[in-house]
Write a protein that binds this ligand. Structure first.
Ligand SMILES: C[S@@+](CC[C@H](N)C(=O)[O-])C[C@H]1O[C@@H](n2cnc3c(N)ncnc32)[C@H](O)[C@@H]1O
Length: 249
């Protein structure tokens, strides 16, 4: 979840307040995906109070990763929380082992809100993907320039996660991307992950060089490319279930 708060200029504040009013929309989408996909395994990066992690209560195995969790939710017995950064977590654990020998069915990436961290998280999740794995990236639809910059100066901070959409369009045309316009700052659904694919890690340095300097104006100008990915939760669910085939629980 992204918080909403003070500093900023007039129009930006108004946009952030509007985002705040829509801020719980993505929980409804996540809740629906858990209900309809019934993922046996779930991995969440960035859990804070555990509000989104708690939605995975029906999964057989569930992992939450956060260097500074502030858990205020009771979690199911199947859920293990790793108090470390996602980079340390992936470096130190075989996720398949932690999940009892299974791949990741559903992943929610909502940790550090800088695009290179999110891409690394996605690449690491992809190593444990199977047909029908769905990865969800939070904050692909920024609210304004202030909260979409790499420096955090506002409580509502989506960072430059929005760049991930453009990176994936350019470097991973094999993936199926769907943008769900839900408050406060959108969800990007990523389907078609391939555990053998190393493009994101092999091109990480070149991607960093190209995309780090981009400012919010790039998003504003090219927004039509992101809007062109708009889709529905129904569509995502139908495709994921079809891709799972016999893996459906
Ligand atoms: C926006 S909050 C997550 C909210 C939660 N997913 C929800 O929707 O209820 C972001 C969380 O990411 C965590 N975080 C920051 N850097 C991280 C990293 N490198 N790896 C994993 N988590 C990180 C923060 O500690 C924070 O709790």
């Amino acid at each position: 979840m992204s918080d909403v708060g003070a500093p900023g200029d007039g129009g930006s504040i108004a946009r952030r307040v509007a985002a705040s009013l829509r801020s719980r929309g993505y929980y409804r989408v996540l809740k629906r995906l858990h209900a309809e996909l019934r993922p046996a395994t779930y991995l969440e990066i960035g859990i804070r109070k555990g509000d989104s992690l708690a939605l995975a209560s029906a999964s057989d195995a569930c992992i939450g990763v956060d260097p500074q969790p502030l858990l205020s939710r009771s979690l199911s017995a199947s859920c293990r929380v790793f108090e470390e950064t996602s980079d340390d977590f992936f470096a130190g654990h075989d996720v398949r082992d932690v999940l009892g020998g299974r791949e990741v069915d559903l992943a929610f990436i909502d940790g550090m809100h800088l695009f290179e961290f999110v891409l690394r998280d996605l690449a690491n999740v992809e190593r444990y993907a199977a047909p029908g794995t769905l990865a969800i990236l939070h904050d692909c639809l920024p609210v304004d320039a202030v909260s979409a910059s790499r420096q955090r100066t506002t409580r509502l901070w989506t960072g430059d996660v929005w760049k991930c959409v453009f990176v994936l369009l350019e470097h991973r045309p094999d993936l199926t991307l769907t943008v769900i316009d839900v408050g406060p700052s959108g969800l990007l659904m990523v389907e078609g992950l391939d555990p053998a694919n190393r493009v994101l890690s092999e091109r990480a340095a070149a991607i960093q060089e190209t995309f780090e300097p981009l400012e919010y104006e790039y998003f504003a100008r090219d927004r039509a490319r992101v809007d062109g990915l708009a889709g529905t939760v129904d569509g995502v669910v139908a495709r994921v279930c079809a891709a799972r085939g016999r893996r459906t629980r």
